[in-house]
Write a protein that binds this ligand. Structure first.
Ligand code: AHG
Ligand code: MN
Ligand code: MN
Length: 344
């Protein structure tokens, strides 16, 4: 044994490199200008909150956290206890990040001005728990988030209106899926990367680098109970998917949890759609914190996302809880969809 001298070669390890999400963000930070240390600190707030949420979700049947809270949120939807808990964790973890100026959540009527530093430059919008009505029956749920930069002058207090930016202005977006394993999928504009939470060590570890959505895939995914109430173009599209008109006879998969339905679509290919229907002429999903992050990830993975009229990321929002129809998937399915819409 001799002490290591500066001339010794770097030690060689026989196990594969383990890349945590923090390491990954830091290495992106070195490679790309504009990705700052503040940004990685902000993202660590999101990963911390999602680990707290996942711990609660995993023990849900054992603690007094299942069931309804007794309140109705701003969307008129019954809040589950876990919705409230997940929201509290994100608000807490982000409000202590000095770089966060504004937060907006599905569970809060108005945007929340965070206490951050006067130069705080980021806005974070999120759905703390997506698919929460499924939680009582042990079906996968998720968290979606989107990060924007402030548009107002940094030396002035942020205004709530600054949240109303088109999805194309996102600088990062992601989701966490609390499924058979817990997985974070995110992009800061340089590829879509998936990290699986290693429960033994409590770290998100890179498991799916550079995810690309398949050019074409086997499944379409929608709540078909609404099919007769959707515009005729959507009905023709779904009939085409079923009949083999677009090169294969698609099979159907629907969980009713957007993050899970999209995650399958991203990895296996195909299309997920929540069209407008007579009861919900604007669609059901929320533009800012559901459709936008999903659309941003889909595009960065080689897919497309549309509201039936335009690219989701081009929609200029009018209000923070605005709803939209959403069709998102791989290139083959989306081109077929756009052809049908153009004929209409
Ligand atoms: P949330 O739980 O945040 O309110 O979202 C529920 C959403 C979404 O996850 C899913 O795609 C959709 O509701 C399912 O709606 P239907 O029950 O109408 O199919
Ligand atoms: Mn949701
Ligand atoms: Mn929700």
């Amino acid at each position: 044994m001799h002490a290591q001298t500066p001339s010794d070669p770097a030690p060689r390890f026989s196990f594969p490199p383990l890349i945590t999400v923090q390491q990954h963000i830091l290495s992106e930070q070195r490679r790309f200008q504009g990705v700052s240390g503040e940004f990685s600190w902000l993202l660590s707030g999101i990963t911390l909150a999602t680990k707290l949420i996942e711990a609660k979700v995993r023990r849900a049947g054992l603690s007094d956290i299942l069931g309804v809270q007794g309140d109705v949120n701003v969307q008129g939807e019954i809040q589950q206890k876990l919705d409230v808990y997940a929201n509290d964790m994100l608000l807490h973890a982000l409000s202590v990040r000095e770089s966060v100026a504004v937060m907006a959540s599905e569970e809060n009527e108005h945007p929340i001005l965070a206490g951050g530093s006067p130069n705080a430059k980021y806005i974070v919008v999120f759905d703390p728990l997506d698919g929460s009505s499924n939680i009582d029956v042990n079906v996968s749920v998720g968290t979606t988030f989107s990060i924007l930069k402030r548009t107002g002058p940094l030396n002035q207090k942020a205004t709530a209106d600054e949240v109303l930016q088109a999805g194309s202005q996102q600088i990062a977006a992601g989701y966490v899926l609390y499924g058979s394993s817990t997985m974070l999928v995110y992009t800061a504009g340089n590829g879509v990367h998936g990290f699986t939470l290693d429960p033994a060590v409590g770290a998100y570890v890179l498991s799916h680098p550079n995810i690309r959505i398949p050019d074409s895939g086997p499944y379409y995914s929608m709540n078909e109970a609404h099919l007769e109430d959707t515009p005729p173009a959507y009905q023709r599209y779904v009939a085409g998917l079923r009949s083999g008109k677009y090169g294969r006879k698609y099979a159907s998969r629907y969980i009713g949890s957007m993050v899970s339905d999209f995650h399958r679509t991203l990895l296996k290919g195909g299309v997920f759609l929540y069209p407008p229907n007579t009861e919900r002429p604007e669609g059901k999903l929320r533009l800012l914190y559901e459709a936008n992050p999903i659309a941003y990830i889909a595009e960065h993975a080689g897919g497309m996302a549309s509201d039936g009229r335009q690219r989701i990321l081009d929609i200029k929002p009018r209000s923070i809880h605005q709803r939209t129809s959403l069709v998102v998937g791989g290139p083959a399915e989306m081109q077929a969809f756009e052809r049908i819409m153009a004929e209409t």
